[in-house]
Design a protein around this ligand. Structure first.
Ligand SMILES: Nc1ncnc2c1ncn2[C@@H]1O[C@H](COP(=O)(O)OP(=O)(O)OP(=O)(O)O)[C@@H](O)[C@H]1O
Ligand SMILES: [Mg+2]
Length: 292
């Protein structure tokens, strides 16, 4: 893996085994993120976006029914070659994730303060209490939370959904990860709060220079966010290129259908493609990156 890459995925395939047989979910995916680059993975429900994120995060490796092949390099390490505890050590430090619904990521029985301290200790086991306290308050201010003391002593259920989302973004960034995975962030919230959350996240990752894989089923949502886009259809990348080029000159039939399905109010409802077409299985299209 070359040093200017934050993520390199080579020929990634995934199948699930069950009593009724094997289902192939990913069919050989290649994907790269350069350092500091913001990349989006876009496709309809069930196309394989979240499983890809869970492989990068190293959590799907623990599932007995999952068969993973190919290579996934993050922070100079290949995920399949690591032990469970080595993969675990990367989470929250080198790789972190923002989920669709903050309540699944935050622990209901600990205060926000305790959760920040736990995350900080993963990055630096010897961190002092006063430093941890300072850094927690600082990151909360970065996510536009001003009453830091009240939020730190709260439990997640005492905060609004939008507030928990900000806390989760802060928690994901506090250890300055090499790669941030954001899986449909905010779609569990209402449309205005979602838009605010996305803007906040975009500004923060720009300031921090964080490399991001942003996952969404909605091309409209990624427009402002991504430098480069990968479009996924039934476990295959069908089109990839700089964001502007995908929007101005979509060439694959599936990308065109996805663009036509963008809801008029961004974030309002899930875009639906009426019918599958055989052309959706056409070969992958790669747009030249003119800036490189
Ligand atoms: N643990 C599992 N066992 C069996 N099949 C699974 C498992 N997890 C996911 N799948 C299947 O893998 C496919 C891809 O799922 P995935 O969750 O990645 O979709 P997605 O693109 O994230 O969709 P959405 O937009 O709805 O979140 C789906 O067909 C799903 O049913
Ligand atoms: Mg998903």
């Amino acid at each position: 893996m070359s040093a200017d890459l934050a993520l390199s995925i080579r020929n990634l395939a995934l199948s699930f085994k069950s009593w009724s047989g094997t289902s192939q979910v990913l069919h050989g995916i290649d994907l790269e993120i350069k350092r500091g680059e913001r990349v989006a993975l876009v496709g309809e429900s069930g196309s394989g976006k979240s499983v890809t994120a869970r492989i990068i995060l190293g959590t799907l490796h623990e599932l007995k029914s999952a068969r993973i092949s190919g290579e996934v390099w993050v922070a100079g390490r290949e995920m399949s070659s690591l032990s469970q505890s080595e993969r675990q050590a990367l989470r929250g430090t080198d790789i972190s994730m923002i989920f669709q619904d903050p309540t699944t990521a935050l622990n209901p029985v600990y205060t926000i303060r305790q959760q920040f301290h736990e995350v900080l200790m993963r990055g630096d086991p010897k961190i002092s209490l006063s430093t941890a306290e300072q850094r927690s308050a600082d990151i909360l201010r970065e996510v536009s939370i001003t009453d830091t003391e009240r939020v730190l002593e709260s439990y997640p259920f005492q905060l609004s959904g939008g507030m928990n989302q900000r806390v989760m973004i802060g928690m994901a960034l506090i250890n300055e990860p090499q790669l941030l995975l954001a899986d449909e962030p905010g779609t569990a919230l209402d449309v205005t709060v979602q838009a605010q959350t996305l803007r906040l996240m975009r500004d923060l990752v720009r300031q921090h220079g964080t490399s991001v894989l942003f996952i969404s089923h909605n091309l409209g949502v990624v427009r402002e966010f991504a430098d480069r886009i990968y479009v996924i259809y039934k476990g295959r990348i069908v089109e990839t290129g700089p964001a502007a080029s995908i929007f101005d000159d979509p060439r694959h039939a599936y990308t065109k259908a996805l663009l036509a399905a963008i809801p008029r109010l961004t974030g309002g409802g899930i875009p639906e493609i009426q019918e599958d077409s055989e052309a959706f299985f056409d070969p992958m299209v790669t747009h030249e990156d003119v800036s490189a």
